[in-house]
Design a binder for this molecule. Structure first.
Ligand code: EPZ
Length: 453
């Protein structure tokens, strides 16, 4: 998929209560961990329920440039054959497109004893340090340095070790698991991240022949299979290929649930694991929403104005930071004052300035947004600064009076498959605007906004 085709804006005429059914796809943050994990095998793996999003496309671009063969047997599955993998330096430009390119560190270190990968990119939501990743690799016996924007790792042997993470980090937990699978001896990660995609990865690795226990708790043990004699690295993958289906994306589900409440609609969100949605369900119920859970779907109904609630993000099973921004948009029209604190990312309130353009009354103090609910938002031209900020602006546009134009929609498409179609299916009035600069088309920013409808 050409990235350029994604660049553009989305026009939303708000005020329509969302109604109907919507199906959630595979979890983005699992997909971007499982794709590199497949490179630990000697043969091909098939991963199913892979979302069609640009972060996945970027990952495919990176690994194919490194000799891996990737096919799509069906629209949502990938067959990844790492037989031809070579330890080349991936293009810095592609690596910087997404955060999850950092998983190549663990994989290449395990496979080749050496890795040189540029610093990752991803959403601009805070400092995003990598010290815990490097601490983990060093504990396994690697030298780890950052030179000229490139992470350089080197090890003659990787030997399992106890590793205590100073902060709960999803990325460091996963990266250490990837490297430790092929190490000699046992690695114990303490204070590990418990997110469901850590469990998803562990299940995939175990199906590939790895020995990971405890994923989903704060202690994960990995009995390395020792890829080379005496712990020496060998460059053929030491695990076997496996088939695996990715778990549903709880942030996509949360976005639809929040949008249902925001528009005072009635929406059934299908293909979810309701347990993973517990913090979202609990908070939305506090706003006054009626939520029915049943097996693999949830029905979200809202009548009247939501009540203000306080939200504090935390690592799983706390309220996910990735749902904080859409939730802030919803609370901007709640009755009363809400306090939203993001304990994970210090700069995840860039959507607030855009919500203010739409009439929201929000003040950010440090890591907390103080939201005085206004009765309604009014449509305006706004710009997504990151993936979930974009999702928040879509929610805001759906509930606002009149037309909203959300620019930078390509950032949203990094993580949501067919978001425009899915909202339209629920009755939303959405229209894709031509890319800026397209011949013969009016640039999005020149569009005349209608007054309230
Ligand atoms: C992952 O980022 C997700 N990205 C993020 O999703 C998500 O917000 C985040 O986990 C938290 O759930 C991917 O999975 C690709 P962390 P990651 O390491 O791994 C601190 C989205 O919208 N930290 O769990 O980068 C860090 O500053 C995205 O889908 C260190 O101090 O997050 C943060 O405060 C955005 N040192 C906390 O830990 C480290 O070495 C959690 O970060 C690593 C992290």
């Amino acid at each position: 998929m050409g990235r350029h085709s994604l660049v553009g804006g989305l026009s939303i005429v708000g005020g329509v209560p969302l109604q109907g059914r919507v199906r959630v796809g595979g979890r983005k943050n699992s997909a971007v961990a499982l794709i590199p994990a497949a490179l630990l095998a000697a043969g091909p793996s098939t991963i199913d329920n892979v979302p069609r999003i640009s972060d996945v496309d970027s990952y495919i671009e990176i690994i194919t440039s490194m000799g891996v063969t990737v096919d799509r047997p069906t629209p949502h599955s990938l067959r990844i054959d790492p037989t031809g993998l070579i330890n080349s330096v991936p293009s810095t430009e592609v690596v910087r497109r997404l955060r999850a390119s950092y998983y190549l560190w663990g994989v290449l270190l395990a496979r080749f004893g050496e890795a040189e990968v540029g610093m990752p990119g991803g959403c601009d939501i805070g400092q995003r340090p990598i010290d815990q990743h490097l601490k983990g690799f060093r504990a396994l016996g690697a030298e780890a340095v950052i030179e000229h924007g490139v992470v350089k790792l080197k090890a003659r042997r990787l030997v399992g070790a106890p590793i205590y993470l100073d902060v709960v980090s999803v990325g460091a937990t996963i990266n250490i698991m990837l490297a430790a699978c092929l190490a000699e001896g046992t690695t114990v990660i303490e204070n590990a991240a418990k997110e469901p995609h850590v469990v998803d990865l562990a299940n995939f690795l175990n199906a590939m022949g790895a020995r990971v226990v405890g994923a989903g708790t704060d202690v994960v043990k990995i009995k390395g299979i020792g890829s080379g004699s005496g712990g020496r690295i060998r460059s053929t993958g030491a695990l076997r290929g496996a088939d695996h289906a990715i778990i549903p994306d709880e942030i996509e589900a949360a976005t639809f649930m929040v949008a249902a409440v925001a528009t005072r609609g009635d929406v059934v969100v299908e293909n979810v694991i309701t347990k993973h949605l517990d913090p979202i369900t609990a908070k939305l119920r506090e706003t006054g929403a009626d939520i029915e859970e049943n097996g693999d779907w949830v029905r979200v109904r809202m009548a009247g104005r939501p009540k203000a609630v306080n939200v504090k993000t935390a690592a799983y099973p706390g309220f996910p930071t990735d749902a904080q921004q859409p939730m802030t948009a919803l609370l901007s029209t709640a009755e009363g004052t809400s306090m939203v604190t993001d304990t994970i990312w210090e700069a995840r309130f860039k959507h607030v300035g855009e919500l203010q353009r739409m009439g929201a009354d929000i003040k950010v103090e440090g890591r907390t947004a103080i939201i005085n609910g206004v009765e309604r938002l009014s449509g305006a031209e706004v710009e997504a600064t990151d993936l979930r900020a974009g999702a928040a602006l879509l929610v805001a546009g759906l509930m606002a009076e009149g037309e909203t134009v959300v620019k930078g929609i390509e950032l949203v498409e990094r993580g949501y498959e067919g978001i425009e179609q899915k909202f339209c299916q629920l009755g939303a009035q959405l229209e894709r605007l031509p890319d800026e600069g397209d011949e013969g088309s009016a640039p999005a920013q020149l569009r005349v906004l209608k007054s309230g409808s």
